[in-house]
Structure formats: C-alpha cells, structure tokens
Write a new protein. Sequence first.
Length: 122
Amino acid sequence: MLRAATPMIHVPDVRAAVTWYEALGFRVVETYDDGADGLSFAILAAGATHVMFNQGGRASSERRREVDLYVDTEAVDELYQRLKDRVDVVQAPHDTHYGMRELIIRDLNRFWITFGQHVVRP
C-alpha cells in the first residue's frame, strides 16, 4: 500500500537550492556530489515533508511555472511573519473556498511553494 510521495524537483543548481531551503527551515537528509565539487542530488525535510532536488532542471519564467510544491503546515500566519521580508511572496495568507489557509511564495528558481493549513470552520 502506498504511504507518501516525495516530489523530485530538477533544478539548475542543487547546492543553491539546498542553501535556500535550509534558510526556510528544511534540514538536509542526504546529498550526493557530482564528482566536480558540486552537488548533483539532495533530499531535504521539514517535519514530515520531504523533497528531493536533482541537477539538470531549469528555473521557471514569468510565463511558465515548472514546479508547484504544496507543504502542509499548522502555522501559515507564523510562517508569513517569519518569511515576508526574506522571500518573494506571491500571495499573503488567505482562506480558500476548499477549507485551507494558504501562503504562496517563490523559491530561488521561481518555483511556487504553497504552505497550507486546514481551517477549522464553526
């Protein structure tokens, strides 16, 4: 039976991605070098969320989004306060019609990261 999926994101620079995501609070689980003083692959985690980065991708552009990463959290507003002056915010915290409170940011490759928190409705 399937339990969880871990997204793999192909990026132009694995080391830069690791550094950027560590600043958000992710921790390095494992890395592999490329044999030329660089990283070719990395697995990072934040709580139960894992993400893999692999060398060889390209950044998103104004017209094209390569990757959207959705991270389940319990602290959207706290994350926003901590990150708002350090990252490119696409959408500040907002409630959705499907019962989530979300914060959307862009990472260093312009990939979208949505942090979502279940909203308790009365």
